[in-house]
Design a protein around this ligand. Sequence first.
Ligand code: FES
Length: 104
Amino acid sequence: MPEWTRIAAVADCPPGSSLEAVAGDRIVALFNVDGTFFALDGVCPHQGGPLGQGGLCGAIVTCPWHGWQFDVRTGQHQFSPRVVQPRFEVRVVDQDVEVRTAAE
Ligand code: FES
């Protein structure tokens, strides 16, 4: 069972923002949608772009490299139903954001 890993302070990722973090051997993209945190595998399935550095609009992140878009709540690609980015469980403990890096 993978352990929970602290990746940020709550204050590091205010509503409407995202960040990139490393948890174990995984790159995690963390998103704050109106105060709720979501975490995806941070490596874009297109060509490996950094999803955690993408712009967040509502619950949709846009990969900064070529513009693929994903719903951060589900990992669902916005145009191709076959592409779903793996998600990670995320929780807040005190003022820390933690993820569990076994993809759902
Ligand atoms: S690497 Fe993300 S859209 Fe191309």
